[in-house]
Design a protein around this ligand. Structure first.
Ligand SMILES: C[S@@+](CC[C@H](N)C(=O)[O-])C[C@H]1O[C@@H](n2cnc3c(N)ncnc32)[C@H](O)[C@@H]1O
Length: 267
């Protein structure tokens, strides 16, 4: 694996113990309340009972396991051994180990790591694709993992909002992607409450909407829905207002802008 991805993996390994103990992820509350998939996900993906689902970049498996609660046979893929160990532990604690498996692999090697298995649903959510230098290679992996007629779902940070500075006031980072020019961060914090990271250097790549969508079209995916949202689910900018529903919205005093997007496609 290239040294930039090795650095990212060491950083993500550090985050796992912090995240599993954080109020942000609230693992104990999640175990107690046993939520399933979100309503907006079910609206697009429908009844998943008996279907196979793979989540790419599953972290420690909470979202993956929510689909198992809805009756899917689930697989999570992540390149962090610490995340995969924590996901297996979580599966055991939920009693869902029989319908869930977690595989340690770089996304771009997922088809081989999953021994050519095809899935009814490939699922990706927030905070995933900007860790990947090659979005065209990623789209090939998505298509390769899908069974004919299978569905692809992604909910992700909007790349336009990724171009802004931390204050969300000015365009600061490139919008168009260049695999050879990652955005380099050196930061010992993570997005949850909790401790400091040891491996602080990370490499990220913004991917324009055009590149994401065209890469999927080039792999013969048929795009059924594409929605840009003026809301998100975390404090992306200090001026976003959190609602009682946990959604972060733009105050009415500011112009609207896209903060996240959902894309639903099939093969
Ligand atoms: C923010 S999480 C996304 C999952 C989920 N939405 C969440 O918030 O828990 C990002 C995950 O991507 C994984 N990741 C980053 N680069 C990867 C790569 N090249 N291959 C596989 N996993 C990767 C990290 O280990 C991390 O668990």
């Amino acid at each position: 694996m290239d040294e930039r991805l090795e650095a990212n993996r060491a950083n993500w390994d550090d985050r796992v113990a912090i995240h599993t103990a954080s109020d942000f992820y609230d693992v104990e509350g999640w175990l107690r309340d046993a939520p399933g998939p979100l309503a907006r996900e079910i609206e697009l993906l429908g009844d998943v009972a008996g279907k196979s689902l793979v989540q790419l970049q599953c972290h420690f498996g909470m979202e993956t396991l929510q689909w198992a609660r809805a009756g899917a046979r689930v697989t999570g893929v992540d390149f962090s051994p610490a995340a995969i160990a924590a996901a297996n532990d979580l599966a055991r604690r939920t009693g869902l180990s029989d319908s869930a498996s977690f595989v340690c692999s770089n996304v771009c090697d997922a088809p081989e790591a999953l021994a050519g298995e095809k899935f009814d649903i490939v699922y990706v959510t927030l905070g995933a694709i900007y860790w990947l230098p090659d979005i065209r290679g990623w789209a090939k992996v998505v298509a390769d993992l899908l069974a004919p007629g299978g569905q692809f779902y992604i909910f992700e940070v909007h790349p336009f909002s990724m171009s802004f500075d931390d204050e969300g006031e000015h365009l600061f980072y490139d919008y168009f992607d260049d695999p050879e020019s990652p955005i380099v961060f050196d930061d010992g914090s993570t997005y949850t409450d909790g401790g400091q990271l040891t491996h602080t250097k990370t490499y990220e790549w913004n991917h324009s909407l055009g590149t994401i969508i065209q890469s999927l079209i080039d792999e013969d995916l048929v795009i059924d829905r594409f929605i840009e949202h003026d809301w998100t689910v975390f404090q992306a900018f200090p001026w976003l207002e959190k609602g009682a529903d946990g959604i972060y919205r733009i105050p009415s005093s500011r112009p609207t802008q896209p903060l996240s997007f959902t894309l639903h496609a099939h093969r």
